[in-house]
Write a protein that binds this ligand. Structure first.
Ligand SMILES: Nc1ncnc2c1ncn2[C@@H]1O[C@H](COP(=O)(O)OP(=O)(O)O)[C@@H](O)[C@H]1O
Ligand SMILES: [Mg+2]
Length: 254
């Protein structure tokens, strides 16, 4: 795909581990993961529930801090950043999309999309609303701009969340099961949107169980017990064993 256009690692995870300690004992949610993601790649992260997929994404995006190991993004040592600088840095470099959209319920859709621009001051204040409206139009939900998120369907809310993730034109999109709460037709549309973004040069790291979209992925990374069990190109598809119980129960088209 577009990986050859700029074959440099945009994201480097080095010996990355995350341990959770509790009264029940110690759990290695992630255990010595090494991964390089090239600019323009569309990487799917798969694995059973509890295998460490969300932990991997949260560490890679600086939402969570590793117990040990390093996260480098575009040459920056994310693992060494202070919380105060991390949030703004993240807002400029990563667009993050969640399974349950996580739009702010008291702000309109357009205001939600403007939020990252406001927070990072990436665009002059007077340009932010116009840019938000342009992104919403690009995602075919311009008519929803001045509504509250609760007035939108799930698919529309996820489009709004994707618009928000694109607000600062960050090079990397990180998405954790972005279609996990959507019906199959909407899933197809949202996955196509991500494929288009990757085609336009965004680097995408996505936890997903959407087997039909294997050919779109430049790489499929399979996690098991916090470790990378396998890596392959997308055309090989995602194995049945790699779905969570939840997604295994969902209707899907052949
Ligand atoms: N905040 C936490 N405290 C304790 N254990 C956690 C926490 N977050 C995740 N875990 C555990 O770490 C493992 C990996 O979790 P996670 O990365 O969410 O898996 P996945 O996204 O693949 O379902 C699981 O066993 C989970 O229960
Ligand atoms: Mg998860």
């Amino acid at each position: 795909m577009t990986a050859s256009a700029a074959a440099r690692p945009l994201m480097v995870l080095r010996d990355l581990s995350k341990r959770y300690d509790s009264s029940a004992g110690s759990l290695m949610a992630l255990d010595g993961v090494n991964l390089e993601v090239l600019a323009g790649e569309f990487v799917a992260v798969v694995g059973k529930s509890g295998s460490g997929k969300s932990t991997l994404l949260n560490l890679a995006s600086g939402i969570d801090t590793p117990s040990s190991g390093e996260v480098w993004i575009d040459g920056a040592a994310v693992h060494g950043m202070r919380q105060s600088e991390l949030a703004r840095w993240r807002g400029r470099h990563l667009g993050i999309v969640f399974q349950f959209f996580q739009l702010l319920p008291t702000l309109t859709v357009a205001e939600n999309v403007m939020l990252p621009m406001d927070f990072c001051a990436t665009y002059p204040a007077r340009q932010r609303r116009a840019r938000a409206l342009a992104l919403l139009a690009q995602l075919d939900i311009a008519a929803q701009a001045d509504k509250l998120p609760s007035a939108l369907s799930g698919g529309q809310q996820q489009r709004a969340a994707i618009a928000r993730a694109l607000a600062n034109d960050a090079p990397i999109m990180v998405a954790d099961e972005p279609t996990g709460n959507l019906d199959s037709d909407t899933t197809r549309q949202i996955m196509q949107l991500f494929a288009d973004l990757a085609g336009q040069g965004k680097t995408v790291l996505m936890v997903t169980h959407e087997r039909d979209f294997g050919p779109y992925f430049t790489r499929v990374v399979t996690l098991a017990d916090g470790r990378i069990r396998a890596q392959g190109d997308g055309a090989a598809g995602i194995g049945r064993d790699d779905r969570t119980d939840q997604s295994a129960n969902r209707v899907r088209h052949a």
